[in-house]
Write a protein that binds this ligand. Structure first.
Ligand code: PSV
Ligand code: MN
Length: 398
C-alpha cells in the first residue's frame, strides 16, 4: 500500500481508532417495503435481541460501540430504560442516538409539529420532550429527528406557517435538552409526503437547526437526495458552516432505496470521506461527526449485511485518508485538473484490505469479521431462539 508523505501507518491506525460507526436497532429487525416483508428466521424481535446482535457486531468489528434506538419500535410500554441501558452494557455496547417517532400515529396524517391542529402539534412536541427524557435515562447524547411532515397536493398546506411551527417546536425541544445532548435535524425531499416535505433539503435543515439553538446540527442521510445531488459538496459546505452533525449511511440507485452502504456508488462514499479528511487535515484534528448507519434493505441477512456495511465504511474511510493532500493542493493550485483528479483515483483504487486486516489483528479482532461471523454459528443460534417467538414457522409467513 502506497502511503502519502503526510501519514504513517501508525497515524492511519490511530485515526481509524477514532472512527466509530453507530448501528441502528432497526437494522437488525425484519423490514420490508410497502409491498410486503420477506421475514428472516434470525432477525431480531425485541430490543434485547437487537442489542445482542449489535454487541456481536461490535465484538467482531471493534468499531460499533453504540446503537441507535427508535423510541416506539424499541420501547414498548413497561420497558424500563434502566434495564435496557444495563442490558446494552452487558452486551458490550451503549445506547447512541435516540430517534423519536412522530410519523406513525394516525393523528399525524396531516403532519406532526406542522399539523394544522394545535392539539396534534402539542402531542408531537410532547413525544419529542418525552424522548429527550428517555434519551437522558439511557445515557444517550444525541436526539436524532426526522419528520415525515409534508403535503401531497398543492394548496394543502400553508408552507410559511408550517415552517414557523417547525422552528417553534425545535426551539422548545432544544431548550429542554440537557447540555450534553446534541439535536440532529434530518432532511428528506419526498416520501411519505409527495408534494412537499417541510424539511426538504440541507439548507432548510440548517436554517431550522440554527433557529433551534447552538446544539442543533444537520444530519445527512445519503439516501435523502434527488438524483444527481452532489452530496460531498453539501458535506463540505455544512462542515464549513460548523453545521454537519452526522450521517445516516445507506446507498441508493433510484430514490431512498435503503440498500447497503457503498453497494451502488462506492466512489461517492469515498468522495464524502475525502471532504471530511481534507477538512480534518486543514483544521488539524477529527471533527465531531456522528457516523451512523440507516439501512432498511430486506433481502440480505441482517447481521452479515451490517458487518459488510461496517467493513465498507472502514475501507472507504481509510482510502480517503490516503489522498496526498500536498500533491492535490499543488495540482489544484496550478490548474492541473488531471493530476488533481488522479490524486483521488490513486487513493480510491488502493487496496487497503491487507492493511485493515493487520489493523484488526493488532487489536485482537478477526482480520475478516464477516468471515468470522459466518463461521461463528451466531445466526443459527439466533434463529433457533427467535423462530419459536415469531408468529409463524419458517417459510410459511403469510
Ligand atoms: C426516514 O426515511 C429515515 O431515514 C429516518 O432516519 C428514520 O428514522 C429512518 O429512516 C427509519 O428507518
Ligand atoms: Mn435516516
Amino acid at each position: 500500500m502506497k502511503l502519502p508523505p503526510h501519514i504513517t501507518e501508525q497515524q492511519l491506525s490511530s485515526r481509524l481508532d477514532r472512527f466509530e460507526i453507530e448501528t441502528p436497532s432497526w437494522g437488525y429487525a425484519d423490514t420490508g417495503t410497502r409491498f410486503g416483508k420477506f421475514l428472516q428466521d434470525a432477525a431480531a424481535l425485541t430490543i434485547h435481541d437487537k442489542l445482542a446482535d449489535a454487541g456481536h457486531v461490535h465484538t467482531l468489528t471493534g468499531c460499533c460501540p453504540s446503537v441507535a434506538v427508535h423510541v416506539l419500535w424499541d420501547f414498548t410500554p413497561g420497558t424500563a430504560p434502566a434495564d435496557v441501558k444495563k442490558f446494552a452494557e452487558s452486551q458490550g455496547v451503549r445506547i447512541g442516538s435516540i430517534n423519536p417517532n412522530v410519523f406513525q400515529d394516525q393523528a399525524y396524517k396531516l403532519g406532526s409539529v406542522a399539523n394544522p391542529d394545535p392539539a396534534v402539534r402539542q402531542m408531537a412536541i410532547q413525544h419529542l420532550l418525552d424522548s429527550t427524557r428517555l434519551g437522558e435515562a439511557l445515557g444517550s447524547d444525541t436526539l436524532s429527528l426526522w419528520f415525515a411532515d409534508g403535503t401531497n397536493y398543492p394548496g394543502q398546506g400553508h408552507l410559511r406557517r408550517r415552517k414557523r411551527w417547525f422552528a417553534e417546536a425545535l426551539q422548545q425541544v432544544h431548550a429542554a435538552m440537557p447540555a450534553s445532548m446534541t439535536m440532529l435535524v434530518e432532511y428528506k425531499p419526498f416520501e411519505p409526503a409527495f408534494y412537499h416535505t417541510d424539511i426538504a433539503d440541507w439548507g432548510m435543515a440548517c436554517a431550522l437547526a440554527r433557529a433551534a439553538g447552538p446544539r442543533a446540527k444537520v444530519l445527512v442521510d445519503t439516501g435523502h437526495h434527488l438524483p444527481g445531488a452532489n452530496i460531498e459538496h453539501i458535506v463540505a459546505f455544512l462542515i464549513d458552516e460548523g453545521m454537519l452533525g452526522g450521517f445516516h449511511f445507506n446507498d441508493r440507485k433510484y430514490a431512498d432505496d435503503d440498500l447497503t452502504m457503498g453497494s451502488i456508488d462506492p466512489y461517492q462514499l469515498f468522495r464524502i470521506f475525502y471532504e471530511i479528511s481534507l477538512a480534518e487535515h486543514d483544521l488539524g484534528g477529527p471533527l465531531p461527526i456522528a457516523y451512523m448507519i440507516d439501512q432498511s434493505h430486506n433481502l440480505k441477512p441482517k447481521i452479515a449485511a451490517m458487518i459488510q456495511t461496517v467493513m465498507t465504511a472502514q475501507e472507504y474511510f481509510t482510502k480517503a485518508l490516503l489522498v496526498d493532500h500536498h500533491a492535490i493542493a499543488r495540482a489544484r493550485d496550478s490548474g492541473d485538473i488531471i493530476a488533481a483528479e488522479r490524486c483521488l483515483q490513486e487513493a480510491f483504487t488502493t487496496d487497503v484490505r491487507p492493511f485493515l486486516g493487520r489493523y484488526r489483528a493488532a487489536r485482537g479482532l478477526p482480520q475478516d469479521p464477516l468471515d468470522s461471523h459466518r463461521q461463528s454459528g451466531y445466526e443459527a443460534r439466533a434463529a433457533a431462539d427467535r423462530l419459536p417467538r415469531k408468529p409463524r414457522a419458517s417459510g410459511s409467513y403469510a
